[in-house]
Write a protein that binds this ligand. Structure first.
Ligand code: ATP
Ligand code: MG
Length: 319
């Protein structure tokens, strides 16, 4: 079965804060390590990429972060400008249009227009023959999509536009973009989820909504931030009985209260982390049951902040 990295475009979505940017970067990194010329697109203004690679801010231009790994931060205003430039060949017309306030009004008054031109730019990045001057072909485009706060929202934009714009080039282009998003052969959709009750429910709902409203099938779900299962059942029993013993004054003995407190604290920490890991496995099972797409597990990484090394650990897993 062809995987995510066999596509030409991978859109990574999910609720806010679940690890979309982290997983997007890990996917892009995994592809780049295979020698695929890869570009990672940030859609909303984020600083994440620049931080991980200690680079100057990634802007609207395509910048090389590492071997075969490129990045771009798609700014809707810039995309709109580029779109108009590509559409209107007559220079004087373009200049006029940009100077007219009507252009700004149009963008502000047309809900979804910015999302549409953003998707248009993503499409442009996937072309064999790039439209922008000097643009080179990419083997894979990974999109760190905006948080799916409004369900299928972002991906639904082209379809909404195609329905609203009855005729004309706008409709035609919206239809092209809609077909492009729904092209299962070329486009993959990854949803990032956390092993917690609400996020699991939301992920299942998002998968259904993407299917019903956009006609998109989720290719893969990433269950992010799984705690390790450190203790066997017998070890947990031992920890439990030690904690109990250390709580009894007659067992501790005079002068050893301090040590007993420390041991109790360590036991409590072990039991609590183990409880959390168990809850997570339960939610992971719910996720696998309630979603149609296959689920890939990603570990919680205990690091002060995720740098290139941690991203590589995740890249191994997503690959
Ligand atoms: N597997 C992991 N282990 C440890 N920390 C993680 C892991 N995945 C993500 N994080 C951390 O969790 C935080 C949120 O991750 P990230 O920024 O990737 O989420 P996001 O879904 O892109 O958020 P937003 O919706 O705000 O864009 C970050 O600090 C990130 O370093
Ligand atoms: Mg993000």
């Amino acid at each position: 079965m062809p995987g995510l990295l066999d596509k030409r475009l991978v859109i990574v979505t999910g609720k806010g804060g679940v690890g979309k940017s982290t997983v997007s970067l890990a996917l892009a990194r995994a592809a780049a390590r295979r020698g695929m010329r890869t570009i990672l697109c940030e859609v909303s203004a984020q600083e994440h990429l620049s931080q991980v690679f200690h680079r100057a801010q990634v802007g609207y231009h395509e910048v090389e972060l590492d071997e075969d790994l490129w990045a771009i931060s798609i700014d809707p205003d810039e995309s709109m400008r580029e779109y108009v430039l590509l559409q209107l060949k007559v220079r004087a017309m373009r200049d006029l249009l940009f100077r007219l306030p009507v252009f700004t009004y149009l963008a502000a008054a047309t809900p979804g227009l910015k999302e549409l031109v953003t998707i248009g730019k993503i499409w442009e990045l996937t072309l064999d023959d790039r439209k922008v001057k000097g643009g080179e072909r990419y083997d894979l485009v990974v999109v760190d999509a905006p948080a799916s706060g409004h369900g299928a929202g972002f991906l639904q934009t082209p379809r909404t536009f195609a329905n609203v714009a009855r005729v004309g080039p706008m409709r035609q282009q919206a239809e092209t973009l809609d077909a492009f998003i729904r092209d299962r052969r070329r486009t993959g959709v990854a949803v990032v989820a956390l092993p917690e009750e609400m996020p699991v429910n939301e992920t299942a709902a998002l998968e259904r909504e993407l299917a019903d409203r956009v006609g998109v099938e989720v290719t893969r779900i990433f269950c992010n931030g799984l705690y390790p299962e450190r203790f066997a059942e017998s070890e947990l029993e031992l920890v439990g009985s030690v904690a109990e013993r250390e709580a009894r004054p007659e067992a501790v003995g005079a002068g050893a209260e301090r040590e007993a407190r420390l041991v109790r604290a360590a036991c409590r920490a072990a039991l609590s982390e183990s409880g959390r890991a168990t809850d997570q496995r339960h939610q992971l099972a719910r996720l696998e049951e309630s979603c149609a797409a296959p689920v890939t597990r990603l570990p919680y990484l205990f690091a002060p902040e995720l740098g290139a090394e941690e991203i590589d650990v995740l890249a191994d897993r997503v690959a």
